[in-house]
Design a binder for this molecule. Structure first.
Ligand code: ADP
Ligand code: MG
Length: 377
């Protein structure tokens, strides 16, 4: 079984793997299970073999490998596996060569309750007309929440639950059927001209597939410079300086400037997409499955980068994902969606420690490796 469930929601993944287990168990079939998710490997296999650059670097009983990884690569994999992480990433910044934790995370319960909202979504509804159907289809059904300044709100739910539709309404790429989106206290529905341009400047998207959102004919330099040029910021020289800063900010070498998207790896492309989104110094970034296509090590790097940028610049994130394990690493608050409806909204700790709805519990139970007690932190 070669990555048989990697593209699936956790709940569907669990169903399929439980079924596979039931069949192979009753038939006495041996399974060679190939995955990039260590948590999943540990949960589903008795024996793990870790490969790196074409070679086996470690092998042994699953729990043994996870609890006492020997090879540096295995150690990195264990540290990065989202399904094994138990807490939010803490941003650490260098201070005069001394690594000091600048902030546990700027966000605490207090700022979540009393903090000022940057985006508010109020009784949002989106209906679509389906072909050959009389009644309209409600993709988003009465959803309300707000994102506090400098915090991350995650929307989770199975595919088709309406997450992207909400994101696209927040980005004003899609008009709501009813309800409102407010940005910094102003209803965005009436934005046009200068106000709309201003909104576009401050609320930026990062999508799942950077290969689709970066123009293949544009050099990396041109892709990052484009938003600056469109918004008429600086002259040629100051823009060139800014592009260099942005490439440095996402920790890529300056030499990527002259390359094209197809010459970069998936993780590098996603960094470029983040650099482009950061070009105009936004307040809000909407990440729609922005790390879902990346392997765990690269995913971990990008999540850390997003966390560092938030700590540095006070950015707010609307973070959309079908992967609850990632949520634990990045979000302050979680909205759970099912069939277009908001079924639960609470702080990340509350959702993970005391989920109120059965649907949320099902999502949590389906996280691979979630029940393994590894004593990792
Ligand atoms: P998610 O991002 O949670 O996977 P989406 O927001 O993309 O879900 O979609 C929610 C539902 O709305 C799905 O059933 C999808 O098929 C439907 N949908 C999304 N966009 C359109 C559209 N333009 N026309 C018709 N149906 C749509
Ligand atoms: Mg989506």
């Amino acid at each position: 079984a070669d990555e048989p469930t990697s593209a699936l929601d956790v709940t569907v993944q669990k169903k399929i793997l439980d079924h596979l287990h039931m069949l192979t168990d009753s038939l006495g079939t041996a399974v060679l299970f190939i995955t990039h998710d260590l948590g999943l490997a540990a949960e589903r296999a008795q024996h793990i073999v870790v490969m790196y650059k074409g070679q086996v670097v470690e092998s042994g009983p699953s729990l043994e490998v996870l609890q006492h990884p020997q090879h540096p690569y295995t150690k990195r994999l264990v540290a990065a596996a989202p399904s094994l992480a138990s807490q939010r990433i803490i941003s650490v910044k260098e201070h005069g060569g001394d690594a000091t934790a600048v902030m546990e995370h700027a966000v605490n319960e207090d700022s979540l309750k009393k903090g000022e909202a940057i985006i508010t979504v109020d009784h949002l509804i989106k209906e679509f007309k389906l072909p050959r159907k009389k009644e309209m289809f409600k993709a988003v059904d009465d959803v309300s929440f707000s994102i506090k300044k400098g915090t991350t709100l995650a929307i989770v739910g199975e595919s088709g639950s309406g997450k992207s539709t909400v994101a696209n309404m927040v980005l004003k790429l899609l008009e709501p059927t009813a309800g409102t989106v407010t940005y910094d206290g102003r209803d965005i529905s009436g934005f046009k001209g200068k106000e709309l341009l201003d909104f576009r400047r401050h609320v930026q998207p990062v999508f799942q597939n950077p290969y689709g959102s970066l123009d293949p004919m544009y050099s990396i330099y041109r892709s990052i410079e484009e938003p600056l040029r469109i918004h008429g910021i600086g002259d040629k020289k100051s823009r060139a300086k800014r592009v260099r800063e942005l490439i440095d900010m996402v920790e890529l070498p300056e030499s990527v400037m002259n390359r094209y998207p197809n010459e970069l790896s998936g993780g590098q492309r996603q960094r470029i997409a983040i650099a482009r989104a950061m070009a105009l110094d936004p307040d809000v970034i909407v990440c729609d499955e922005a790390v879902s296509a990346l392997d765990v090590l690269v995913q971990d790097q990008v999540l850390r980068l997003l966390n560092d940028l938030q700590a540095e610049k006070g950015l707010s994130y609307l973070f959309i994902t079908h992967d609850l394990a990632v949520v634990r690493q990045i979000a302050d608050e979680v909205v759970v969606m099912q069939h277009g409806k908001l079924v639960e909204h609470a702080t990340t700790d509350e959702v993970f420690d005391h989920p109120k709805k059965q649907y949320t519990r099902d999502l949590l139970d389906a996280i691979p490796g979630g029940k393994l007690q590894l004593g990792l932190d």
